[in-house]
Design a binder for this molecule. Structure first.
Ligand code: BGC
Ligand code: NOJ
Length: 836
């Protein structure tokens, strides 16, 4: 069952009914001002940091789920009937409804009794403010008299404190509403603007504003006054009575609501703009007059004035459309498969950009107060967006590296506001440092910018500790080499990629954090997954070290030559064959007692997905058939129609020695759900052994666009990946959770574009090596790589018995297109694949 459809031409998903199984959301904002918005206008906004600079309040896990947002209420002044054009929060039936989630904007259109409402929400480029562009049209034969009320609830900035510290917070709320009739500024914008300024009197220099382009009939800023006693957002007293109270918040819950009276003739339409924004003043120019508590508005008024103009709003919207069009033009494909085209060209790339901005901080599953920017997460996200915004990828890499620990390890996360690492969710996840190596490698391959390797970057943000980025990567490798266990495999530390495999945390205390508790000595539990990752990382270091060897003359650190990394990779491979191979597949780990996990010797958790993917990706067993064996075991034991589960059999009981993984009921999360992030590793591994049909089959199983047809089962948004889909042991097999912010986005993007379609950046040029399904006759792609447009045509050719790569008419050896001479704008590539 579907709840909408894809409009690929407009790059939109169109939701045709408001009662989707879960709120289906989108993101607003591209740079520093962001918002989450659901298909019924729920959600909230923040400046840079969803925890520390929250503008509007949202109550997670509410009933109904999606309550709190950017609301408009309409009231027919003649009949007294009220409704919300976005359905929520009144939930009054609408005559028609449509929500279009597009690239950085959402448009909700609905009709009720001959009144059409059209609301376009977006954040203009480079602006710290969101626009609600509302058009109301009268389709009746008579005049319509409407009361329009806007409504937002302000958060008192720190979202954590806001939802816990009520003994203080019920006293601090403050607003400013310039007098409606006296206009001190000579213009009229102040007349419709509500300023939220809690804590501005003391240490905050920032405030929020909620402005309106039309003259007001009234306003409200105190929640109780607006809602009325014992009422909720579904039926505010002020809306019902058609008269606002001009309330001023003193403590309690500050809100912003404008009241407009509109009279529309038959056929007449009226457009109203609302702006919800953030502004920061300098400390010594906070107040006007200087010795008052009144906000100095000199800096913000020009912005409000500019963006309350209809033309400016239209222009800003066009700029946003252009911006996304340009970003998404970096890589486009035309394949025989519609779901592939739509994900690669639009939604998967878009989701990669959203994970870049949000990491794992703010979604409808991530509350925005729990997690900052993950080290591992942000590094992996980069794999999916580096070709879209390479300059920002560069900055991200340097930010990440600057939080790296001096011993080569990593804080598990850092704050987006301060860019400093912290221990809130622990450190000592022993896989972390390697993702920095892979991300840097991806950046260098994409851009050819070698200078980044010499960039001086501090450790732990400490001045005086600066070292070239390359040395940071060396230390990442060193970190593992200094932490090898009894089988010469990497010690797992707190956990590896699988945050829930906490083999050094024997926890019997309710509520204790599995992520930060370590009570075993840590010298025994080992990870085969990190072994695979380490080998991948060393393979990149071989290349990077030879680049550094040839272009950097003096090195202020202990430089290891490529041979060093080659040797370390070989040694690790031997350790894997000695202790990490179970006979038919790769083992997962050794626990704190030195017992294997992911082995036939176990009753449960006999086989895990991660090492099968990563070890084969690193090339292990490709020659001697072991890779094929491991992947066949994945097919036989882990694959389901909804995707590949993380492990099998699921753990049926909690086990002290395993940690969080066994805390989940079977089939959920790390305990044998289809943990989508790890599925593309299997797709890639299948391409490594040349099995295109199987790789693509796995790709389709979790592709959200394919799953659109079973939205009642999948339940999450059909246009983006979710972190998990309940596995075969779960009663709700096939149900997705934790959509949007997941490494699934970038890895699936990499799997389909670089391995199945096979268009892959390398240090020496773009490589074309498709491993596509046998029933495809070919496909076309346009890829912008290092400033050059590559027009690529892949076709099966009955005349050739082997693959031929023809570049601008010339036959080329191998798969890599040599970097064209300076000044080349376009390269035409034909890849002939042998008939099956
Ligand atoms: C989840 C993991 C997540 C971790 C992060 C766990 O509860 O199951 O998926 O990575 O928390 O803190
Ligand atoms: C989600 C986390 O964000 C990610 O870093 C981790 O690898 C997976 N969960 C698996 O546990």
């Amino acid at each position: 069952m579907r709840f909408g459809y894809f409009d690929d031409k407009s790059r939109e998903y169109v939701i045709t009914r408001p009662d989707t199984p879960l709120p289906w959301i989108n993101y607003l904002g591209t740079d520093s001002f962001f918002g989450l918005i659901s298909n019924t206008a729920g959600g909230y906004s923040f400046y840079k940091d969803a925890r520390l600079r929250r503008l509007t309040r949202y109550r997670y896990n509410n009933a109904p789920l999606d309550m709190g947002g950017r609301y408009i209420y309409l009231r027919d002044a003649d009949s007294g009937e009220i409704w919300s054009p976005s359905w929520m929060p009144t939930r009054v039936d609408l005559d028609s409804y449509e929500c279009r989630h597009g690239m950085g904007y959402t448009v909700i259109t609905s009709k009720k009794k001959g009144v059409e409402a059209h609301i376009r929400y977006f954040v203009p480029l480079n602006l710290e403010c969101e626009v609600w562009d509302v058009t109301l049209a009268n389709e009746r034969e008579d005049e319509v008299n409407l009361d329009l009320f806007s409504a937002v609830e302000f958060a008192l900035w720190d979202a954590w404190d806001d939802s816990t510290n009520f003994q203080r917070n019920f006293n601090t709320g403050e607003v400013e509403v310039p007098d409606l009739h006296i206009d001190p500024d000579g213009g009229d914008v102040l007349r419709g603007t509500i300023f939220h300024k809690t804590e501005y009197r003391e240490r905050r220099n920032h405030f929020a504003y909620f402005a309106c382009s039309e003259p007001l009939n009234g306003f409200d800023t105190q929640r109780d006054a607006f809602l009325g006693p014992n009422r909720g957002w579904d039926r505010p007293l002020v809306v019902e009575s058609g008269q606002s109270k001009n309330s001023i918040a003193h403590g309690w819950q500050p809100i912003g609501s404008h009241h407009l009276k509109l009279h529309l003739k038959p056929g007449e339409a009226k457009r109203v703009i609302f702006l919800l924004g953030y502004h920061e003043n300098s400390t010594n120019e906070k107040f006007d007059p200087a010795d008052s508590n009144t906000i100095n508005k000199a800096g913000v008024l020009p912005v409000i004035r500019e963006f309350l103009s209809l033309d400016r709003v239209d222009k800003a919207f066009e700029e946003l459309r252009e911006y996304w069009k340009e970003l998404l033009s970096k890589f486009t494909v035309v394949t025989p498969d519609e779901d592939t085209n739509r994900m690669v060209n639009i939604w998967n790339a878009y989701q990669c950009m959203i994970t870049f901005n949000m990491s794992r901080s703010a979604s409808y599953f991530e509350s925005g107060i729990g997690r900052g920017m993950g080290f591992r997460d942000s590094a992996q996200d980069l794999l999916g967006f580096v070709h879209i915004v390479p300059e920002r990828a560069r900055e991200r890499l340097l930010d990440l590296a600057a939080t790296q620990l001096i011993n080569g390890g990593a804080f598990h996360q850092y704050s987006p506001l301060t860019k400093r690492g912290n221990n809130d969710v622990g450190s000592g996840f022993n896989d972390d440092p390697h993702w920095l190596v892979l991300a840097t490698a991806a950046y260098v391959k994409e851009t050819g910018d070698l200078s980044i390797l010499d960039e001086m970057v501090p450790y732990e943000n400490q001045r005086g500790t600066e070292m070239p980025l390359f040395e940071h990567l060396q230390r990442a490798i060193q970190y593992t080499l200094e932490r090898l266990g009894p089988h010469q495999l990497p010690l797992i530390g707190r956990a590896d990629w699988n945050d829930c495999l906490n083999l050094n945390c024997f926890s019997d205390t309710p509520g204790q954090s599995f992520q930060t508790t370590t009570n075993q000595d840590g010298n025994t539990a080992e990870s085969v997954m990190i072994a695979g990752l380490f080998i991948l990382s060393c393979q990149e270091m071989v290349q990077l070290a030879s680049i550094v060897a040839s272009h950097t003359v003096t090195k202020a650190y202990d430089f290891h030559a490529p041979e060093f990394y080659l040797e370390k990779a070989q040694q690790m491979e031997q350790a894997v064959w000695q202790a990490g191979w179970d006979g038919e597949w790769f083992r997962r780990a050794y626990d704190a007692f030195g017992e294997p996990l992911g082995s036939r010797l176990n009753d449960e958790g006999q086989i895990f997905i991660e090492p099968q993917g990563l070890c084969v990706m690193a090339g292990l067993g490709v020659e001697d058939g072991k890779a094929r064996q491991a992947l066949d075991a994945v097919r036989d034991r882990l694959a389901t129609p909804h995707g590949v589960v993380l492990l099998n059999p699921a753990y049926s009981r909690y086990q002290l020695r395993l940690g969080e993984i066994s805390s989940y009921p079977p089939g959920y999360k790390e305990n044998a759900s289809i943990f989508c992030h790890s599925n593309p590793w299997i797709m890639i591994a299948e391409t490594v052994i040349g099995r295109g049909d199987r790789a693509f089959d796995y790709y389709k199983r979790i592709n959200p666009s394919v799953r659109e047809a079973i939205s009642e089962v999948h339940r999450c948004e059909p246009y983006v990946y979710a972190q998990t889909i309940a596995g075969k042991d779960a009663p709700t097999h096939g149900e997705a959770k934790n959509s949007w912010l997941t490494g699934t986005a970038s890895w699936n993007y990499v799997a389909i574009t670089q391995y199945i379609l096979g268009i892959k950046p390398t240090y020496n040029g773009l490589s074309i090596h498709p491993v596509i399904p046998s029933d495809w006759q070919g496909f076309e792609a346009k890829r912008i790589f290092r400033g050059v447009v590559y027009n690529i045509k892949v076709e099966r050719c009955s005349s050739s018995s082997s693959t031929r790569l023809i570049v601008d008419g010339q036959l080329i050896e191998g798969y890599v297109i040599p970097i064209p001479p300076e000044g080349t704008l376009e390269v035409n590539v034909v890849m002939e694949l042998a008939e099956n």
